[in-house]
Design a protein around this ligand. Structure first.
Ligand SMILES: Cc1ncc(COP(=O)(O)O)c(C=O)c1O
Length: 378
């Protein structure tokens, strides 16, 4: 095989979707003329309405980022004690619990979906447990049915970190309709974004008032501050960007779906490489990420070796989610962080690799990246 030339420019794991600049400047003019920049303006309310429809959820509050949104979700449900969660996630998930004086209890993950193993949750419940905080990792839905069953049996709340799951549906139902509250992140690297931003979605009408008060310092009116809230407001510029970006989601998804197919074709027959988990026909995916697993024993080289080799070709992949949250210095002393409690997560953490995935990537780029992986001497 002829030598594969490195890419001339660095290829990162993602690249933000950018709207046409003219569309943004037009909105900026509107905002400038209104002289209303934040604190619940026209763009903010319009975005909430548009997102509610897009995500097929009854209630929604936008936030300045997903982490603050998740902080408020935990506060709004008055969670305390211990919360069972996954170690295979971004730092924000367990940190939000710690910031609320709650102990994260790490439960092992499912071999196939890489989400919290719903069959293991029950064995981790104690009288201190107040909730389950599950993550739809890489947009693959959790076993929402089983999680709800366990929660109902033990009287626990369910919060979903749906940071990766924008637009995902199960049986035509928005992913945000499961559990008590779900959080979406609108960070710039996400399929849908508002530069920075996020949202909480929920079905309980009574939560709306509490969540919105918590988002705005607990200020009820000029005379009353009724709870220790935080500043979680999304400003008008980002809300306007979010409104524009909604128009780009479907075309970006279509481009990513086409690239998913190329990766599937090009890597499907490589021994030792496991592709993105498949979902049933009842799941509408969002194709945000493309993640593989490399089994060193079968492939012949480790994930870390592949990561280093690809760098030589100017391809910058990411080891999401390594290290596991349970291996962070702030959590590794927890009893639930023991490796014998987390055998599946420990193994997967050593194998996962996020490959470049964004609409501007071409099918030829993807073929070339796959050829680089296949050509690794092993
Ligand atoms: C799983 C997960 N949870 C939470 C967050 C935090 O969201 P934000 O960056 O919007 O605060 C992220 C990433 O950004 C994430 O990937």
């Amino acid at each position: 095989m002829s030598k594969i030339e490195p890419f001339k420019e660095k290829i990162f794991v993602t690249r933000p979707v950018l709207p046409a600049l003219e569309e943004v400047t037009e909105k900026l003019r509107e905002i400038w003329e209104s002289k209303w920049l934040t604190n619940g303006g026209k763009q903010h309310f319009a975005l909430e309405d548009e997102l509610k429809e897009f995500l097929k959820v009854p209630y929604l509050s936008v936030f300045n980022n997903g982490t603050i949104a998740l902080m408020v979700a935990v506060q709004s449900l008055r969670l305390q004690g211990d919360v069972i969660t996954t170690p295979f996630t971004f730092a924000a998930t367990p940190h939000v619990l710690s910031w609320n004086n709650i102990n994260p209890i790490f439960c092992d993950i499912d071999e196939e979906t890489m989400n919290i193993d719903a069959d293991k949750i029950e064995s981790m419940i104690t009288p201190r447990t107040s909730a389950i905080l599950a993550v739809h990792v890489f947009g693959t839905p959790c076993n929402v049915k089983k999680i709800q069953q366990v929660a109902d049996t033990y009287g626990l709340k369910v919060v979903y970190d749906a940071a990766h799951a924008f637009g995902v549906e199960i049986d035509g139902q928005g992913i945000g309709t499961f559990g008590d509250i779900s959080m979406f992140s609108f960070h710039a690297t996400k399929l849908y974004h508002t530069l920075e931003g996020g949202a909480l979605v929920f079905a309980d009408k009574n939560l709306k008032q509490r969540i919105d008060l918590l988002r705005n310092f607990g200020i009820k009116n000029e005379e009353e501050v009724v709870m220790p809230g935080i500043n979680g407001k999304l400003d008008e510029v980002r809300a306007a960007v979010g409104r524009i970006m909604l128009k780009y989601v479907e075309s970006e998804q279509a481009k990513r779906l086409a690239l998913h197919k190329v990766y599937d074709e090009e890597l499907g027959n490589v021994e030792g490489i496991t592709l993105m988990p498949k979902c049933g026909d009842n799941v509408k995916r969002n194709y945000q990420y493309y993640v593989i697993r490399i089994d060193e024993k079968v492939f012949g080289k480790s994930r870390d070796y592949v990561y280093d080799e690809l760098k030589k070709y100017n391809v910058y992949t990411r080891k999401y989610f390594h290290p596991l949250c349970s291996d962070y210095t702030c959590y590794r002393q927890l009893n639930s962080s023991r490796q014998d409690n987390l055998p599946v997560a420990t193994n997967i953490g050593k194998q996962v690799l996020s490959l470049p995935m964004y609409g501007e990537l071409t099918a030829d780029d993807v073929r070339k990246i796959c050829a680089m992986i296949r050509s690794i001497d092993r």
